[in-house]
Design a protein around this ligand. Structure first.
Ligand code: ZN
Ligand code: ZN
Length: 160
């Protein structure tokens, strides 16, 4: 039977499948980087944490991998020292608040705006229905020749 080869999720090279989804060299490097990530997070406690971009640069690990660690809970208690940038107001927010792309302030406003959006969309739909009805009526009216023109045309033809 052929060897069970698989692609490393990090470097995409083929390797003989183990319980890990990373090849041995990536797994070893990541283990070192992970220790460094953990050390830097703990060290950032005094500075209210470290931003994910800074940490990514310091350790040479992509932000998406760091996010993955955070989301999977691999950072344990150190996760609260990982800071993110709010995608809405660009404020830095702490991993303590959880990672959801927005800071807690924006999360509150986004959810209330979402409520407004849903309500206004309903209003638009109602307005659109009314508009469609009016369009249909005006189409029906214009497809029939206006009565006054028909009369004058008929009158002219009768006269000819
Ligand atoms: Zn690899
Ligand atoms: Zn924000």
């Amino acid at each position: 039977m052929a060897e069970n080869l698989t692609n490393c999720i990090r470097c995409k090279r083929l390797f003989k499948k183990t319980i890990s989804d990373k090849c041995p060299s990536c797994a070893a490097r990541e283990q070192d980087q992970f220790s460094e990530v953990f050390r830097l997070l703990q060290a950032s406690r005094a500075n209210n944490g470290i931003h994910i971009t800074t940490l990514s640069r310091e350790v040479g690990m992509s932000e998406s991998v760091l996010e993955e660690y955070y989301i999977e809970g691999k950072l344990g208690t150190a996760s609260e020292f990982l800071n993110f940038t709010c995608k809405k107001c660009t404020a830095e927010y702490s991993g303590k608040e959880g990672h959801a792309a927005y800071c807690s302030n924006c999360r509150a406003s986004v959810s209330s705006e979402a409520g407004v959006t849903i309500r206004s969309r309903e209003a638009v739909t109602e307005g659109q229905k009314e508009q469609n009805r009016m369009d249909l009526l005006s189409k029906l009216r214009s497809s029939a020749p206006p009565s006054s023109n028909a009369e004058s045309a008929g009158f002219r033809r009768a006269k000819d």
